[in-house]
Design a protein around this ligand. Structure first.
Ligand code: ARG
Length: 463
């Protein structure tokens, strides 16, 4: 039975009932719905809105429902309109009239606003843990390859030498910011809307701070219209998750490139690769490709949320029922992507020799060669031009800057001497960049140490 009988003479058309119903997805919030109702009933009892004994009976009844759902002795009736309707019906079936008192001073509008907050607050904790685990995995790989020289790219053209550890730690920094964004979203989400009623609160003498405390919220929402209309906590979470997916997608794209024969900088473990049904030689980075692909879903979810909300007058409108599938999907998608991505990264085999070979071609030490002349007193622009001429000469002779004979150097610029070979050795080029945030081995190790410290601090502040 729907909750809105009385005014109606007919039941909702059967097919339309399916269209109107949200139970197929809001059943995910069954436990949170019960927890919210227990807090609400407790508060009603404490404030004398209902008898204490009835409040106790309601709480016990709800606990019984939760137990039976968890043990499988009770199944959610999927023909009901939503999870709230199902719970109230089941409680009333068990308690009779007492069950009917639960919805005093409450509406499904503030109930659903509450349930989503409770649900997402928990899910966000799991996501934070997963991102921390990924960041730690990046640190492990970065530490192991802190001094491994590879070409750094701009425009996907070899640019300057860096280390693989440095490249990886760039992602650690991105995921650290993602953690911050998620924590921020949780802060604003963690405010209690219960007591907003349908839109205009209630005339019952309730104490909203009681449910705020019982449910572990940091504050109580201060405007009842906002309490039932606001879904910016969903949008904010979806936005933060979209950025996580941008980072995962870029990382995936690089892994896909690095696995190709053109690069061969890394090899994925067999457990995280797939084959082809026709080409026996193939080993495909499907997991990374899927993560890259699934970013589209999460951006779509964010777009859906923004679009659903943008034209709605205050307060609740049924359009808002569309919030759940979108935000649940983005949470589930990020969760499953991280579940596959982190162990793929942890088991990824790094091939330093191939990175070194790639770094040796492409004249990525040309900037250092120019800098060498600058240190000898030449203006940078002249040093740049002289080095450009040398690169052209190398290409003509099939040489590299390391192998080009000194006579060639001196023909272009007399300031060159034997010291240039040391200045342009890839190791020296990389290790010379030891400023804060640079790619030198010691700088990478310092980055790893700092990130680990922050992860630890974060874990400590949460426990
Ligand atoms: N299933 C609804 C939702 O998800 C619950 C709130 C319904 N309220 C109402 N007045 N129809 O948004």
């Amino acid at each position: 039975m729907p909750l809105w009988t009385g005014r109606f003479q007919k039941e909702l058309d059967q097919k339309t009932n399916d269209f109107n119903s949200s139970i197929s997805f809001d059943c995910k919030m069954a436990r949170q719905d019960i927890e919210g109702s227990i807090a609400h009933a407790t508060m009603l009892g404490q404030c004398g809105v209902i008898d204490k004994s009835e409040a106790d009976a309601i709480c016990q009844g709800l606990e019984g429902i939760l137990k039976d759902l968890q043990s499988g002795t009770l199944e959610i009736d999927m023909t009901q309109e939503d999870i709230h309707t199902f719970m109230e019906g089941e409680l009333t079936r068990r308690l009779g009239d007492t069950g009917k008192r639960l919805h005093t001073a409450r509406s499904r509008n503030d109930q659903v606003a509450l349930d989503i907050r409770l649900y997402l607050r928990e899910e966000a904790q799991g996501l934070l843990e997963q991102i921390k685990e990924l960041t730690e995995t990046i640190c492990v790989q970065a530490e192991a390859f802190a001094g491994t020289v590879m070409p750094g790219y701009t425009h996907l053209q070899r640019a300057q030498p860096i280390t693989f550890g440095h490249h990886l730690m760039a992602y650690a920094e991105m995921f650290l910011r993602d953690l911050g964004r998620l924590q921020d979203a949780v802060k604003r989400m963690n405010v209690n809307p219960l007591g907003s009623g349908a839109l205009a609160s209630t005339t019952y003498p309730i104490d909203r701070t009681v449910t705020t405390r019982l449910l572990g919220f940091s504050d109580t929402m201060r405007n009842s219209l906002d309490g039932v209309s606001d879904r910016d906590f969903c949008m904010e979470l979806a936005a933060a998750l979209s950025i996580v997916m941008v980072h995962l997608s870029r990382f995936s794209e690089e892994i896909i490139l690095w696995c190709s024969w053109e690069f061969k900088f890394v090899e994925l473990d067999d457990a995280f690769s797939t084959g082809s049904s026709i080409m026996p030689q193939k080993k495909n980075p499907d997991i990374a490709e899927l993560v890259r692909g699934k970013s589209g879903r999460v951006f779509g979810d964010l777009t859906a949320l923004l679009t659903v909300m943008k034209g709605l007058p205050l307060a609740y409108n049924k359009d808002m029922q569309e919030d759940k599938e979108a935000i649940f999907d983005s949470v589930e998608t990020v969760k499953i992507c991280l579940t596959a991505f982190t162990p793929m990264l942890a088991t990824m085999k790094v091939l330093p020799e191939n990175m070194r070979k790639a770094a040796a071609g492409g004249f990525i030490n040309a900037t250092d060669c120019a800098d060498y002349l600058v240190k000898k007193g030449l203006p940078f622009r002249d040093a740049y031009k002289a080095t450009g001429t040398l690169v052209a000469r190398c290409i003509e002779l099939g040489e590299t800057l390391e192998t080009l004979p000194m006579e060639e150097y001196q023909t272009v610029c007399e300031a060159f001497d034997e010291g240039v070979y040391e200045a342009i050795s890839l190791e020296n080029c990389v290790n010379g960049r030891s400023v804060l945030g640079g790619p030198a081995r010691e700088s990478v190790l310092a980055q790893v140490k700092r990130v680990r410290g922050l992860l630890r601090e974060d874990a400590a502040s949460e426990s």
